[in-house]
Design a protein around this ligand. Sequence first.
Ligand SMILES: *Cc1c(COP(=O)(O)O)cnc(C)c1O
Length: 454
Amino acid sequence: MSDLHRLPSIERLLQTDQASRLLAEFGRPLTLDALRAVLADVRQAVQNGADIPETDELFVHINDWLYAATQPTLLPVINATGVILHTNLGRSPLSSEASRAVQQVATGYSSLEYNLESGLRGSREVHAEALLTRLTGAEAALVVNNNAAAVLLALSALAKRRAVVISRTQLVEIGGGFRVPEVMKQSGARLVEVGATNRVHLTDYVTAIEETGPALVLHAHSSNFKIIGFTSEPTLAEVVGASHQHRVPFLDDLGSGALLDTALYGLSHEPTVQESLAAGADLVCFSGDKLLGGPQAGIIIGRKALIQKLKKHPLARAVRADKLCLAALSETLLHYLKNEAVQRIPVWQMIGQTPDHIRQRAQHWQTVLGSGRLVDGLSTVGGGSLPEETLPTTLLVLDAPKPNQVLARLRCGIPPVVARIEADCAAFDPRTVLPEQEEALLQQIKHILQDQTP
Ligand SMILES: *Cc1c(COP(=O)(O)O)cnc(C)c1O
């Protein structure tokens, strides 16, 4: 207790050179918070018998406090897991053109809602809409915050207090709390389930449509699971046909929104946006950051009259896409329009990488590190698409002891690396590591290997 008066006051500390430097870097309010917090800790420690620290030592703690308080938690990460659309790692990386567009729109003003020809107010809806309609042949399009919002908006605008028919095979939970039955409830639509968990027949739909006079028939892609065994479902076109016979619009929640055929790359076929429209769906909605390979967004395309109703609904404003999203999405869609998606969009580059090319990259890593084994492995698409589907890959596997500790250390690196355990070893899949991240990845693995050699 008697020693505490020797502890420098905040006023005195503020007059030091160290404090001037911190004030310049972190600003006065935060620096004061740091001084108070550290002095409070020190007072406590001194009361418990610790010595009064030197001023320099105090500033070490103050520095640490300030760095910890200002360290961003949202950091770029190297994804060496081999899961291409890793939901926890931010799903799809943007193409360099898309990220440049974001940068340009972010740092200045833009023509977001301004018509440059007329000099009058314009609409944010035009930017991606023209590209989407050209690409898909749909009459109209609308972009919202994400696909969950797209489904909620569509149901709210078209089916509030009315029946919506959906098969029991499709009452899915996507993850992160998105469950089709719960979204329906939130929208005010009344769920009419047809069929059984494993089988649904066209007659089930027809009976339900005739009995309930629904506002919509909804189809939800069972994105993240597979029903196998004694199963059956009518084709999309058959269900659309039954809906249209009774003048009921058909909404297809496609989830991943592939515009290209995954079957060309050794995967099973993921339903495409074009197929859904060709089957006659009146509205199709999908994510921007799954197989489309763009920013987080919910895209709704289809009949103009229906899209118009969605645009006018009060929820549309609450879930609208922001300028950064629209900038990135437009550039991403342009890649498809220019027939260069597989070359320019990272998730398609990753899907399209040949096993030979991946093996060469893994071999190169092995050479640079002078360590590790090459092992045949499997990459996955992830992101709630193509469940159980894999792509052959070559993993670089480290024989270092305590693989969990290796992974933990890599996660704390700058930039953090996320890898996986394969047969009790730390394993790295080149497929999802962007070429420009390779050097940083190898540098970090090297550090860890060096620390482990006795
Ligand atoms: C992923 C998915 C959603 C949710 O999309 P977000 O863009 O993540 O909001 C909705 N429906 C289906 C079928 C999905 O696969």
